[in-house]
Design a protein around this ligand. Structure first.
Ligand code: ADP
Ligand code: MG
Length: 404
């Protein structure tokens, strides 16, 4: 299937071609026809499978089919949980509408109110916003939601996690003359999303994309066993210095991030970093340097990386393993997007082996060990945790027997 087959306007088809999209992803081919049929949409697909264009394209098509008759306020409102996401969605909206006259704007926290005023003074066709800042404007009556015809909630699961349910419901109530709603989420599991959906959507088409094999089987994953921190650093340095175009390196804590940053800088590796509580302009600057390719390595903690989306990361490196398997999946979702090949490498100490096994069970894809010849671990891979349990049991039995 092609974008032309979806009966999208030529201006949109040309734009996506310029963006390097040759054909729709699974979720895009599922959503676009239903959305163009004016249905409400409840959609889920894994991270990195093109959900943004799945809602932007039909929304733009609608705006082109029914052009604005008179000046007025926003017609399509897209809410996202974080500032970075809002900016990314906005950038994608700009790219998709590049060959049209549609006007896009973005409003998020951390931007000055003067800029917001300018943004809102245009006849916006598409507004991307974070709920908090938009609601401030609604309360001050500096933003008008009465012209909204289509409401789109991106990353609804994360929006709920971040406690935005009530604000989003209030914004939806302000946009009461809307004709269409779309809710996108990485997962539809969980009562929260369902409830949210019932409140906001009318008889939605429920669309869940299982990514095709080609879209899915694209992340190569393996791990290196490390003896200690020094060994880990040497492994990371070796990996970063050998055929990496861009990598996100995940680190457990801020302190470890600082130490690693100093180590890599001393070794002459260019890095930028995101850490929690970094001012917004610094975060944006770091991300921009990484996205532009100026700096090939981005260091981040999970907290700091929340909500960022960096297209085409060649490698995700777990310098520290995450505490939970779903966080691992979230981390590696930043590589191998939309059919591109990606690699996820974990540096693992003996005490992480259990986590490696857990991740393997969670993803149904056991991670394989690898060694770098010049950096072989001194210690052997510890036994699999399943065996460990058995040993423990029998040891416990023996103890019990001994007591008797
Ligand atoms: P999601 O929201 O599902 O996590 P995104 O919409 O952020 O995913 O898309 C992930 C990446 O895939 C982006 O870099 C985007 O430009 C790219 N992409 C989206 N649709 C296509 C497509 N049809 N073909 C190729 N790349 C695509
Ligand atoms: Mg998304």
């Amino acid at each position: 299937m092609t974008f032309q087959d979806l009966e999208l306007d030529d201006t949109l088809c040309h734009a996506v071609a310029d963006m390097g999209f040759s054909k729709p992803t699974s979720i895009q081919s599922l959503v676009i026809p239903e959305a163009m049929d004016s249905r409400d949409i409840l959609a889920s697909a894994p991270t990195g499978t093109g959900k943004t264009a799945a809602f932007l394209l039909p929304a733009c098509q609608f705006l082109l089919d029914y052009p604005r008759q008179e000046p007025g306020a926003t017609r399509v409102l897209i809410l996202t949980p974080t500032r970075e996401l809002a900016i990314q969605v906005y950038e994608q909206a700009r790219a998709i509408t590049a060959k049209t006259d549609l006007v896009c704007g973005v409003i998020t926290g951390g931007i000055n109110y003067g800029t917001d005023k300018e943004t809102l003074s245009q006849n916006l066709d598409i507004l991307v916003a974070t709920p908090g800042r938009l609601f401030e404007h609604i309360e001050k009556e500096t933003a008008d939601c009465r012209d909204i015809e289509c409401l789109i909630l991106d990353e609804a699961d994360r929006m709920l996690d971040m406690g935005f349910a009530s604000i989003v419901n209030q914004i939806a109530a302000e946009a009461r003359w809307r004709k269409q709603n779309m809710l996108f989420s990485a997962t539809l599991a969980g009562k929260g999303v369902r409830e949210f959906a019932t409140n906001i959507l009318n008889d939605p088409a429920v669309l869940e994309a299982q990514p095709s094999r080609k879209e899915k089987a694209k992340i190569h994953q393996w791990y290196h066993l490390a003896d200690d921190l020094t060994h880990k650093q040497a492994l990371l340095l070796h990996i970063l210095q050998n055929d990496i175009s861009n990598a996100i390196v995940f680190v457990k804590t801020r302190d470890r991030l600082q130490a690693l940053k100093d180590f890599l800088a001393a070794e002459g590796v260019m890095v930028c970093w995101l850490q929690g509580e970094m001012p917004q302009d610094k975060r944006n600057a770091a991300l921009a340097r990484f996205k532009s390719g100026e700096v090939p390595v981005l260091l981040a903690t999970d907290v700091a990386a929340r909500g960022i989306d960096v297209p085409n990361v060649s490698h995700v490196i777990n310098y520290d393993m995450p505490r939970k398997a779903d966080i691992y999946v979230h981390r590696i979702g930043r590589t191998g997007r939309a059919g591109a090949k990606g690699t996820a490498i974990s540096l693992v100490e003996a005490h992480d082996i259990e986590m490696v096994a857990r991740v393997g069970r969670f993803t149904d894809e056991p991670m394989k060990p690898r060694v770098i010849d010049s950096l072989r671990p001194k210690h052997k891979t510890p036994k699999a945790p399943v065996k460990k349990k058995k040993v423990k049991k029998s040891a416990a039995k023996k103890k019990a027997k001994g007591k008797k």
